[in-house]
Write a protein that binds this ligand. Structure first.
Ligand SMILES: Cc1cc2nc3c(=O)[nH]c(=O)nc-3n(C[C@H](O)[C@H](O)[C@H](O)COP(=O)(O)O)c2cc1C
Length: 314
């Protein structure tokens, strides 16, 4: 029987409060915000609340920040403390050009001294008020796989937990993640390591655990439109089998997703933002193309509900 913590990966544009709450219903253990700019947090303190707002039900909950200036990241971390996040995560893996150009996200993997300075300053500023985690990639490209040296530096600088997305920056999301990197880093570290990359089923979750012995699993794209994946993974790891999801469950979960979204956002925003979320529920299933068309042309939540019902019950 294996009881391993499961994290929902930070997914900008997807892992908002509604989706996080839905994943919680389906057994995820740890939730984290979408990435938030440290500069933004400092510049506009009033906006802090909306950036980081979460409900008590979401705990244990972390806020992910990104930036390149150690002192600004430290200030941003301190600004988060009144919200009592269970952990603060520093993004050192984002490959998006706008972020990398500013020396943030995975650009920090090219500058390990600065990355370590960030961790040291943030740790000094927050003391032991909350847990400090760092999420990064295997390296910039296949010729610069510095995850081992980088991870050890983050550990020495004061990180409490690390998370490795075992892909290079230049891969972005293509190809396969290399779980051997997770296994090697796990072996070298004395702090816990979260494994991330390409878990899309209970079987692949079990496989990553077996191959890497990592301390926790983080799941992103595999759970989009499939929040039940968390409970399936838990069941598989503890009982050796898992309950397949039924059409009824897919319908009730996608409708609940809409209801949760309406708790936090105006209907016109929900209709626009839920398009991509709802299309994920249908991905790879019969009638998904037609449903996608209908979803993309819907102008109210009731229309969305009707299309989902029609798709799943006919
Ligand atoms: C749409 C999208 C948004 C993402 N946003 C973030 C983010 O805000 N912060 C971050 O650290 N990683 C982000 N990631 C990367 C994921 O957290 C994760 O590391 C990556 O998708 C690999 O895990 P997976 O194979 O389980 O999806 C994002 C990925 C996707 C596809």
């Amino acid at each position: 029987m294996i009881n391993i913590p499961l994290y929902l990966a930070p997914l900008a544009g997807y892992s908002d409060q509604a989706y996080r709450q839905l994943c919680k219903d389906w057994g995820v253990d740890y939730l984290v915000s979408e990435m938030v700019s440290a500069d933004g947090l400092i510049r506009d303190q009033d906006k802090t609340q909306s950036y980081v707002s979460f409900s008590e039900k979401e705990r244990p909950y972390g806020v992910q920040i990104f930036g390149s200036d150690p002192l600004i990241l430290a200030k941003a971390a301190v600004a988060l403390l009144p919200f009592k996040p269970d952990f603060i995560d520093i993004n050192m893996g984002c490959p998006v050009r706008k972020v990398v150009k500013r020396g943030a996200g995975s650009a920090l993997m090219k500058d390990p001294l600065r990355a370590a300075e960030i961790v040291r300053e943030v740790k000094k500023a927050i003391e032991n008020a909350t847990t400090l985690t760092v999420k990064f990639r295997s390296g910039w490209d296949l010729n610069n796989l510095n995850y081992l040296d980088f991870g050890l530096r983050m550990q020495d600088a004061g990180a409490d937990i690390l998370c490795l997305h075992a892909r290079t920056t230049s891969q972005v999301f293509s190809g396969q993640s290399n779980w051997e990197h997770i296994q090697k880093l796990k072996e070298a570290l004395s702090i816990p390591l979260i494994g991330n990359g390409d878990i899309d089923s209970p079987e692949t979750a079990a496989q990553m655990l077996k191959e890497t012995s990592c301390d926790a699993l983080m799941i992103g794209r595999g759970a989009l439109g499939r929040p039940w994946l968390f409970s399936q993974i838990k069941q598989y790891l503890t009982e050796g089998y898992y309950q397949p999801v039924t059409k009824d469950k897919i319908l009730s979960t996608s409708l609940k997703h809409l209801d949760y979204a309406l708790l936090y956002k105006e209907e016109y925003v929900v209709v626009r933002e839920m398009r991509s979320q709802l299309c994920h529920y249908a991905k790879g299933m019969p009638g998904s193309k037609e449903l996608r068309e209908k979803i993309n042309h819907s102008s109210s939540v009731n229309e969305l509900r009707e299309h989902l019902r029609h798709w799943l019950l006919h």
